[in-house]
Design a protein around this ligand. Structure first.
Ligand SMILES: Cc1ncc(COP(=O)(O)O)c(C=O)c1O
Length: 420
């Protein structure tokens, strides 16, 4: 196949491809697998019942189903959904927004491709701008999105050692420099992969830096407030015309409906709508139709707060306890403080080998995790930390998570025994 340079770039063996491949294979085979790899959320019975109820209501409501599947929406999104969301966010957070500040996308992964295309790369003023990620490790899905692999720059964190087996990352503001070549600043909060939640103070400082340098601040809220609310510490969400707040219906339990949402200035929302028209004409409407009345009635937020968050908080605590139980004193390790998202981030200090090797050993034992190296991009400084961490999805069945963690402990212990 005679691929263009850009074609080659997007068909290279990327981390996200390996991840989705392993996920697909693990879910399709007949052999029992412990799938702690991808980012699939859990199917939570109360949430599933709500989606079924909404689907029945739509089916029973005259021609609503036929219109939902049979009519293209405007590229910005479904007007009823946009209005319901703007009003809900205004009521919850007091944000001064209307439906003109929202653009819907076919999933937030697609939203980031659009945002990176909008801001990164060559500009008319002669600058060549890069996305700036203030805190590594950061979401693997950003890594291969820019049209030029060099259009990313990222900063190593400061590591707070909370106790022998717990740490937390903080932004190293002394090393964070916004320049004329910065396209936009981007963070996920809660952070995939580490489960970190940037503090309100860190977000305020990033907001100030971004505004002072007239670059957008993108806050990826795939796991945050007000939905799905998989966040275990109180936060004060902020928005202003310089902030692009990204949301998704995926982690509340609707990943296959591919619904991403961006809250931005009217100018940016209009630009994103124009890109939508070119890239995909319009968005899928099923997710929007399913949740719009739940936004208005408050049920979506009620579900998030009272079902989704407690569900994951309990699972997170169970997974952390399983790590401590199975790892014991066999080898040095530390878990990132679990503050949100659906992942545990485990750091094997002084591991005699890399976590890529560990990943392959675990795969041979039917346990799928993600080696940490993929989450360190946009920064070439040598740092052994990038080869010492793994990401574990704790959303699957608790027994599977427990068994997976036991097998991780066995393999890490074997690595130590073989090499020391
Ligand atoms: C931080 C973060 N952002 C964005 C996405 C993409 O989500 P989606 O495209 O399903 O909305 C994910 C998915 O795992 C994520 O973890």
């Amino acid at each position: 196949m005679n691929r263009s340079l850009r074609g080659k770039r997007y068909t290279a063996h990327t981390g996200i491809l390996q991840l989705m491949d392993d996920l697909g294979k693990a879910l399709s085979g007949t052999k029992k697998k412990y799938m702690l790899g991808g980012g699939n959320p859990a199917v939570i019975p109360e949430a599933a019942a709500l989606w079924r109820r909404r689907m029945r209501e739509i089916l029973d409501n005259g021609d609503q189903f036929d219109r939902m599947v049979g009519v293209y929406d405007a590229p910005q999104g479904r007007p009823r959904f946009l209005k319901a969301l703007a009003e809900r966010l205004k009521a919850e957070f007091g944000w001064p927004i209307t439906e003109r500040n929202i653009a819907v996308t076919n999933g937030s992964q697609a939203a980031f491709f659009m945002l990176f295309t909008l801001f990164a790369g060559p500009h008319a003023d002669g600058t060549h701008r890069k996305m700036l990620f203030p805190l590594l490790p950061e979401y693997i899905g950003y890594r291969d999105q820019p049209q030029d692999t060099r259009d990313l720059t990222a900063i190593r964190p400061k590591i707070e050692l909370i106790d022998e087996h717990t740490h937390k990352y903080h932004i190293d503001f002394d090393s964070l420099h916004v320049t004329n070549d910065t396209a936009a600043i981007c963070v996920s909060r809660p952070t995939n992969p580490s489960g970190n939640v940037l503090t309100d103070e860190e977000i305020r400082r990033l907001d100030g830096l971004a505004r002072n340098h007239d670059v957008p601040l993108i806050i990826d809220n795939a796991y945050g407030v007000p939905f799905p609310d998989i966040i275990f510490r109180p936060v004060t969400p902020i928005w202003n015309e310089n902030i692009i707040y990204s949301m998704s219906l995926s982690k509340i339990g609707l990943p296959s409906l591919r619904t991403g949402i961006l809250i931005a200035s009217e100018e940016t929302a209009a630009a994103l709508s124009a890109m939508n028209a070119i890239f995909s004409l319009a968005n899928g409407t099923v997710g929007q139709t399913l949740v719009e009345d739940l936004l208005t009635s408050g049920e979506l937020l009620h579900l998030s707060r009272n079902v989704i968050r407690p569900y994951y908080q309990e699972k997170s605590a169970g997974a952390v306890a399983a790590v401590h139980r199975h790892f014991g004193d066999a080898f040095p390790y530390s878990v990132h403080q679990s503050e949100g998202s659906i992942f545990l981030w485990i750091w094997f200090k002084e591991l005699p080998g890399t976590t890529r090797e560990l990943y392959n050993r675990l795969k041979a034992r039917d346990v799928i995790v993600v080696p940490g190296e993929y989450f360190f991009f946009g920064n070439d400084e040598p740092w052994e930390h990038r080869d010492r961490c793994i990401r574990v999805n704790y959303a699957p069945d608790a027994d599977d998570v427990d068994t997976g963690i036991r097998i991780i402990a066995e393999e890490v212990e074997l690595m130590w025994k073989e090499r020391t």
